[in-house]
Design a protein around this ligand. Structure first.
Ligand SMILES: Cc1cc2nc3c(=O)[nH]c(=O)nc-3n(C[C@H](O)[C@H](O)[C@H](O)COP(=O)(O)OP(=O)(O)OC[C@H]3O[C@@H](n4cnc5c(N)ncnc54)[C@H](O)[C@@H]3O)c2cc1C
Length: 324
């Protein structure tokens, strides 16, 4: 079946102010496009049918990576994922996670902002319209049943962005601009564990910049996926820590992605790890604590039990990376 895009107006504002004006004048009918690598397939499947697509690609101030006078790494939201992966200015863990996203072609088109604002995904919503009509529309699609957990009343679509766990682990801050002005928020605060209402961001707010504070510690990202390329994460674990000379953890941020509708901070494991050395026993207990509350659902590649089993395995690998 050939899937064609529906009709829409394509706007390419050349300034942030113009983009904000288009969004605020559109009465909710406009959507923001970064590279469109996720948005356009969704439009082809009629998961969303905006009247206007506002591309950010012609706004120069949204692109580029720099280190400011205080040592913060500032990344424009329209910076291509491939440029993030190739950059020597960004923390190595960010470049490495970016290099694991999708494929070279997609990384060239996809943007950092699009990755951080990626819609939640699920086997029941990411289907062509005819399939969804035949099976019955799910909660995220305007229906009254979640086909993943029909007795529940929430949507379990998954947060599958690779960069969000890493940006949260590095305690990144996001700058958002919209008709009501500009604000900054910790990256962690952007995400809600709800497959439909997954962002603390209104539709007319543009993510403009990601700010990563200077980080002198160790960090890693471990991603489980079926193939070594193209595939979304089935589990993604980001960890960033400061260890002293004896290997004792002074501070740590541990984030598990792709197992819920938001990246999850593993705070119980973090608290347990502070003041301890990363011995095998400590890592095992931290991995247990980090995965205890993780409840993946059967709504992506591979079964939920497999992802549940693999979560402590990937937390263990991430903590071993920090120890090494
Ligand atoms: C085959 C395939 C494999 C993929 N594999 C991966 C993977 O391994 N890991 C992964 O993380 N992703 C993956 N993706 C998803 C997607 O390609 C990437 O997440 C990509 O980085 C999205 O960026 P984009 O600029 O193309 O986003 P778009 O498609 O343009 O936008 C995505 C969403 O973000 C919103 N948005 C975009 N920019 C902004 C902004 N500046 N402010 C506010 N909202 C914004 C859009 O409105 C839309 O809702 C894959 C996609 C495909 C098709």
């Amino acid at each position: 079946m050939t899937l064609r895009l529906p009709l829409f107006e394509y706007r390419t504002p050349t300034s942030l102010a113009e983009a904000v004006a288009i969004l605020s004048d559109s009465d909710g009918g406009a959507v923001i496009a970064g590279g469109g690598t996720d948005l356009f397939p969704k439009m082809k499947r009629r998961q969303t049918t905006p009247t206007t697509v506002v591309s950010l690609s012609a706004i120069p101030e949204l692109s580029g990576i720099e280190i400011d006078s205080e040592g913060n790494c500032r990344l424009g939201a329209s910076t291509p994922v491939a440029a993030v992966a190739a950059s020597e200015l960004v923390p190595a863990v960010v470049a490495a996670a970016a290099a694991e996203i999708a494929s070279p072609q997609i990384r060239n088109t996809a943007t950092l902002g699009g990755n951080l604002c990626l819609d939640t995904r699920c086997n029941y919503i990411d289907m062509p319209e005819l399939w969804r009509e035949a099976s019955g529309h799910c909660l995220k699609d305007g229906g009254d049943t979640c086909w993943v957990a029909p007795r529940g009343d929430r949507c379990w679509a998954i947060s599958s962005t690779d960069l969000a766990p890493v940006v949260i682990a590095l305690n990144g801050t996001l700058r958002l601009v919209g008709p009501r002005g500009e604000r900054e928020t910790p990256a962690e605060a952007l995400y809600r564990n709800d497959g439909i209402d997954y962002h603390d961001r209104s539709d007319d707010e543009i993510l403009t910049q990601v700010m990563l504070p200077p980080f002198g510690g160790r960090a890693t990202y471990r991603k489980l996926r079926r193939r070594g390329s193209i595939d979304f994460p089935l589990v993604g674990v980001a960890a960033a820590a400061h260890l002293d000379d004896r290997g004792t953890v002074g501070s740590i941020r541990l984030v598990v992605g792709a197992v819920a509708s938001a990246p999850l901070r593993a705070t119980a494991a973090e608290e347990f790890l502070v003041g301890r050395q990363l011995t095998d026993e400590v890592i095992e207990e931290a991995a247990r604590l980090a995965s205890h509350h993780v409840r993946p659902q059967d709504n992506t590649d591979t079964g939920s039990r497999y992802r549940k089993w693999m979560t402590p395995v990937f937390v263990t690998r991430a903590l071993q990376d920090l120890r090494a």
